[in-house]
Design a protein around this ligand. Structure first.
Ligand SMILES: Cc1cc2nc3c(=O)[nH]c(=O)nc-3n(C[C@H](O)[C@H](O)[C@H](O)COP(=O)(O)OP(=O)(O)OC[C@H]3O[C@@H](n4cnc5c(N)ncnc54)[C@H](O)[C@@H]3O)c2cc1C
Length: 446
């Protein structure tokens, strides 16, 4: 006898959980089921911090069973193997089948492993799930030299963690800068200098060509012939949308992920897809773009729930707000960085400023660099970057809202804000206002 549900969600990452829980908020009577492969859900963003003991490995596990039970959401640990779109049912590995009125694919992503010799050697890892961290921790005591491949946020967080363990760290990145997707090169230069000053060996503008070893990894060979000795290699070179289930079920996919409309509906009317598994769209240009962020996944899950509930709400696209902290430096961006805007060929004006994180005579005050990027014609905010030894997430969050609200320089130059010397620089040095005023001057509006 098949169980029937109003909503079935496949995957219990940030997207799936958010969709199921928001669906419950919207309809107390719906029968809702989550099917997930893993015994436990995790907090992926916390994984790097379990490597150096900042948190315990168990702290990366999300105890969501109680939460789901209290929300009256059923949970089945199983793997969905096929979907029959014609009769609204799915079949799982265990042999069970489930019927649905609405189905949500939240199947996430998997790490990309470059097709190079040696990528399958022992002690070569990718990081996506809790067992990956446990496997590294099993051998880490014997590791003297590590190679991290990929200088994105996750790669740098891993560099930081291995360094904290006293391991010699080498960082390989094919672009000539750190954080090539996340910050403009002059901002990320601060991070690069800080890494070099700590003795992290950087191999920028170099491509990993081969990993050598007998059973275990021994060395990495780069495209210019450089050899780096290594007891451990972590490949952190991006992820790919997991579209396998969708694809074999006749759901349209593109190279970037499952194809969805602005309501997160696939080509099958009652099948939705959210999170890392979908092909995203830029809020600013409307072009296809992926985010691979937990924050995007959570928001998308809520939008899908709204649309399933008939509260039609189109999603305008992603701006990928993201922050991290590498050693002492917090950095982040939302929308277009200046470098990305240039690469995209956008017509823009940008302005940089440097203030203090608090009034400069107060304890803890450190420089805070900020850049705003505006569309040249409309002066609408299209991007923001920030860097400081103090937390910059408040700035990135606030500017994310301004980008989504399509605020322009005229509005931001005259915005109202709070002030308090121990917490923020003096009112005359509100960095958002300083940049917006500068852009108005550049546009000859002042
Ligand atoms: C180390 C690391 C650090 C990160 N740091 C950040 C950060 O600081 N901030 C941020 O915003 N993002 C961060 N991210 C990215 C973030 O984790 C992802 O964007 C997010 O997890 C995507 O959520 P999701 O629900 O779409 O997919 P996932 O989290 O990938 O979850 C998908 C789930 O679906 C399950 N599944 C797939 N197919 C099936 C099937 N057929 N049957 C049953 N279950 C299935 C999978 O097993 C998986 O558990 C980080 C990622 C990593 C790996």
């Amino acid at each position: 006898m098949m169980n029937e549900y109003d909503v079935i969600v496949i995957g219990a990452g940030p997207a799936g959980l958010s969709c199921a829980r928001f669906s419950r908020k919207l309809n107390p009577r719906w029968r809702i089921l989550i099917i997930r492969r893993q015994k436990k859900s995790i907090i992926p963003c916390a994984l790097p911090y379990a490597l150096d003991g900042t948190i315990k490995t168990d702290d990366c596990i999300k105890s969501d069973e109680k939460l789901l039970r209290s929300a009256n959401i059923d949970l089945v640990i199983d793997e969905v193997e096929s979907i029959s779109c014609e009769d609204n049912s799915l079949a799982a590995k265990s042999g069970k089948s489930f019927g649905y009125n609405n189905l949500v694919l939240a199947t996430g992503s998997f790490p990309f492993v470059p097709p190079i010799p040696g990528a399958n050697l022992k002690n070569v890892f990718s990081i996506k799930d809790h067992p990956d961290i446990l496997s590294i921790l099993e051998i880490v005591e014997d590791v003297r030299k590590a190679v991290v491949v990929g200088a994105g946020f996750i790669g740098l967080e891993l560099v930081n963690a291995f360094y904290n363990r006293g391991i010699e760290v080498n960082l390989v990145e094919m672009e000539s800068v750190c954080l090539p997707q996340n910050l403009s090169s002059d901002f990320s230069e601060n991070i690069k200098k800080d890494l070099e000053a700590r003795g992290v060996k950087l191999f920028l503008g170099k491509v990993l060509k081969e990993i050598k070893g007998e059973e275990k990894v021994k060395e990495c060979i780069l495209d210019d012939g450089t050899k780096i000795e290594a007891d451990l290699v972590v490949l952190s070179v991006g992820v790919r949308a997991d579209v396998s289930l969708a694809q074999k079920s006749g759901i349209d996919v593109t190279q970037k992920g499952i194809k969805v409309n602005e309501y997160f509906q696939t080509n099958i009317q009652n099948i939705y897809a959210v999170g890392d598994c979908v092909s995203g769209k830029s809020f600013i240009t409307g072009k296809p773009m992926n985010g691979f962020l937990a924050t995007n996944a959570v928001v998308e899950g809520k939008f899908a729930a709204m649309n399933i509930a008939g509260k039609k709400r189109p999603f305008a696209g992603i701006i990928n707000p993201a922050v991290t902290k590498i050693f002492d430096l917090s950095c982040g961006a939302a929308g277009f960085t200046r470098d990305a805007a240039e690469k995209e060929g956008l017509r823009f004006l940008s302005s940089d400023t440097e203030v203090y994180s608090r009034e400069k005579s107060f304890p803890g005050a450190v420089p805070l660099k900020m850049r705003l990027i505006f569309d040249r014609d409309t002066l609408t905010l299209i991007g923001a970057e920030a860097l400081s030894k103090e937390n910059v997430s408040w700035i990135i969050n606030m500017l994310s809202l301004a980008i989504l609200n399509k605020n322009n320089a005229r509005e931001l130059a005259f915005m109202q804000y709070c002030g308090h010397p121990p917490q923020i620089d003096v009112p005359a040095k509100m960095p958002i206002v300083l940049c917006a005023v500068d852009v108005l001057k550049q546009a000859k509006e002042l």
